[in-house]
Write a protein that binds this ligand. Structure first.
Ligand SMILES: [Zn+2]
Ligand SMILES: [Zn+2]
Length: 355
């Protein structure tokens, strides 16, 4: 039985998050109500909730989640009550040029769970059925709640065109970076270099397959890469930290005809030295953007289904870097600690069914 009201973490203004009782969302035609079992903090959530804000207020935040189907609206055929599921947070318009070619992440008029419409830091969330995907039996809810960042990482690997025999560098080993390390191995990289400023994160990168881990606080990644590759550089560089230093390092360590993918959201401008700009030009390096994750219709580009497949086989994992599990009541405190006190964390999950 679905209750009438539920707990939800609502954003009233940047920095003003309140956990309160609200009505359980009503579903209509083609919609699904999901009982949220696990919901993660995205790298984009702290700045949204604490500084830049959402599109309307109050809004229930959170867009990375997994749970069980509680109710289905009329016309829903792809899932039924009790199914274990996750959902793509981006709701495309379906009619713009990019939607018509299946490139939903580039939609001109999208809606988005947790920033434009009510999200998943709540006991229940509703969304449209087309966005809901059933989980393989072997994928637990906590892992499934990280499908979004894992799919974002896969998208960046595809944008970088990583293929068998490539060398890959992953700059930043937050959850997206740690998924990128795993995808690079699956895609056939012969050497994966991971760069971060925290030894704890680099140690996990090593466990997940990184061959060379560089703590940029102790060593200059550009010098180390130069030595290890005898000046040739790295074929495919994926920047997930979203900071000017790593964007610059990326341009300095890429090989001739190499590529640098910007995947991390940066709230700063580019800061490239004369040497870095010169290198991009002389080495004919491609600097490529990667945004969100792709496509539910085009099989080759289907980041979400591919991610669930590899999670189901146990070849893409999240548990080693899930560092926090908290009840919903702790949402305001956790955001305050991350934003104001810079607590070192991996993936932080809220477990809304836990009191
Ligand atoms: Zn996310
Ligand atoms: Zn569209």
């Amino acid at each position: 039985m679905v209750p009438k009201s539920m707990l939800a973490a609502r954003l009233y203004a940047p920095g003003d998050i309140r956990v309160e009782r609200v009505p359980v969302p009503q579903i209509g035609e083609g919609e699904v109500l999901i009982r949220v079992v696990a919901a993660g903090i995205c790298g984009s959530d702290p700045s949204r909730a604490m500084a830049t804000g959402a599109y309307s207020y109050p809004i229930t935040i959170g867009h990375e989640f997994a749970g069980e189907v509680a109710l289905t609206g009329p016309g829903v055929t792809n899932v039924s009550e009790g199914d274990r599921v996750t959902a793509i947070p981006l709701i495309p318009c379906g009619s713009c040029t990019y939607c018509r070619s299946g490139q939903y992440n580039l939609c001109d008029h999208y809606d988005y769970i947790g920033s434009r419409t009510d999200g998943a830091f709540a006991e229940y969330v509703k969304t449209r059925a087309e966005n809901v995907l059933r989980l393989p039996d072997t994928v637990d809810f906590e892992t499934a709640a990280t499908t979004d960042p894992a799919a974002v990482a896969l998208h960046s690997i595809r944008k970088a065109r990583v293929s068998v025999g490539d060398t890959v560098a992953v700059l930043g080993t937050g959850p997206i970076g740690l998924f990128t390390v795993q995808w690079a191995k699956i895609a056939g990289a012969i050497m994966v270099v991971a760069v971060d400023i925290y030894d704890e994160k680099l140690e996990i990168a090593r466990q997940l397959g990184a061959d060379l881990c560089i703590n940029a606080r102790n060593q200059d990644p550009v010098e180390v890469v130069n030595q290890v590759t005898r000046g040739k550089g790295i074929n495919r560089v994926i920047e997930t930290a979203g900071v000017p230093q790593t964007q610059r390092q990326g341009c300095l360590i890429a090989s001739k005809l190499g590529s640098v993918v910007f995947c991390g959201i940066s709230h700063a401008g580019l800061d490239l030295s004369e040497v870095a700009v010169d290198r991009v030009m002389r080495r004919e390096i491609s600097v490529i953007g990667s945004w969100n994750s792709g496509d539910v219709t085009v099989p080759h580009e289907d980041d979400w289904r591919t991610t669930l497949h590899f999670m189901g086989e146990g070849r893409v994992v999240a548990r080693p870097f899930i560092t926090h599990r908290e009840p919903l009541s702790e949402v305001p405190r956790v955001f305050d600690e991350i934003w104001n006190h810079h607590v070192v964390h991996g993936k932080v999950l809220f477990l809304p069914q836990q009191v």
